[in-house]
Design a protein around this ligand. Structure first.
Ligand code: 13P
Length: 253
C-alpha cells in the first residue's frame, strides 16, 4: 500500500509568528477532522523549521519538510543550508527540483541528481518535482520531457534508495494560475510516470512509490484528483497558506 501524502509548500510566505500560528491551526484541525490515513508534510521556509519540530511530537501523521537544500555537504557556501542541518532540525522530507527552482535559479537535472543523493545520504525523503511548461505540452514532446527529468535525476539510484523518493508532477502552467490540470490529464501523466518507473525499477517498486499532483489544487477539486488511481496525494501551494483550505484538501481522501 503506498502512502497518501498531502504536502504544503509555503514557498516564500509567512512571517515567523504567522507560520507558527498556521502550524498550530493545522494540527488542531487535523486532530479534530481528518479520519483517513493521510500523511501531511509541512514545508515552511527554513527559519520556521526548528520551532515547528516540537509542535509535531504528538502528531505521527504530520512531518516536516524543507523546500530546498544544498548539493554540498558543508563548507564555504555562503547562504546555503545542508541536508545534515535539515535533518538536525527534524526534517524528514525535502522538496527537490521545484519548477520555481529550475526556472529562477537555473537548477538542472544534473544538479538535482546531486541534491537527491545528498538528501538520501542524510535520510531525508526527496519530493522530486517534474513538470512541463505550456509550450512544452503544446509541442507534443510532453512525455519525453517528463521522462528526461526523471531519468537524469533518478535513474542512477539503487532500488533501495529509489524506494525513498516521492515524485510530484506539477505542470508549470497549472502552478499558481488557478488553472488545474483536469483529473484525466493528471491521471494520464501519473500513469505514464508509474509505467516508466516500473520499466526501470520493476513493477513492485513502482506500485509502492507515491506520486503527488501539484498545481492549483483547491478544496473543490482535490477529491476528484485524489480519486484517480495513480494520484497518491498533492503538493499544495497557495491553498496551504490557510489551515481551513489545507485541511479541506487533506479531507479530499
Ligand atoms: P499552487 O497550489 O499555488 O498552484 O502551487 C503549487 C505548487 O507549486 C506547490 O509546490
Amino acid at each position: 500500500m503506498r502512502k497518501k501524502i498531502v504536502a504544503g509548500n509555503w514557498k516564500m510566505n509567512k512571517s515567523f509568528d504567522e507560520g507558527i500560528q498556521l502550524v498550530k491551526e493545522i494540527i488542531e484541525l487535523y486532530a479534530q477532522e481528518v479520519k483517513s490515513q493521510t500523511y501531511v508534510v509541512i514545508a515552511p521556509p527554513y527559519i520556521h523549521l526548528h520551532k515547528i519540530q516540537p509542535l509535531l511530537f504528538d502528531m505521527p501523521m504530520i512531518a516536516l519538510g524543507a523546500q530546498n537544500c544544498s548539493e554540498m555537504s558543508s563548507g564555504a557556501y555562503t547562504g546555503e543550508i545542508s541536508t545534515a542541518m535539515l535533518k538536525s532540525v527534524g526534517c524528514d522530507y525535502v522538496i527537490i527540483g521545484h519548477s520555481e527552482r529550475r526556472q529562477y535559479f537555473n537548477e538542472t537535472n544534473d544538479l538535482l541528481a546531486k541534491k537527491i543523493d545528498i538528501a538520501l545520504t542524510n535520510l531525508l525523503q526527496p519530493i522530486y518535482c517534474v513538470g512541463e511548461t505550456l509550450d512544452e505540452r503544446n509541442s507534443g514532446k510532453l512525455f519525453e520531457i517528463i521522462e528526461s527529468q526523471l531519468s537524469e535525476a533518478l535513474y542512477h539510484l539503487p532500488s533501495e534508495n529509489m524506494r525513498q523518493v516521492v515524485v510530484a508532477y506539477e505542470p508549470v502552467w497549472a502552478i499558481g494560475t488557478g488553472q488545474t490540470a483536469s483529473s484525466a490529464q493528471a491521471q494520464e501523466m501519473h500513469g505514464f510516470i508509474r509505467k516508466i518507473i516500473a520499466k526501470k525499477f520493476g513493477d513492485e517498486l513502482a506500485e509502492n512509490i507515491s506520486i503527488l499532483y501539484g498545481g492549483s489544487v483547491k478544496p473543490d477539486n482535490a477529491k476528484e484528483l485524489f480519486s484517480q488511481p495513480d494520484i497518491d496525494g498533492g503538493l499544495i501551494g497557495g491553498a496551504a497558506l490557510q489551515a481551513r483550505s489545507f485541511i479541506d484538501i487533506v479531507k479530499g481522501f
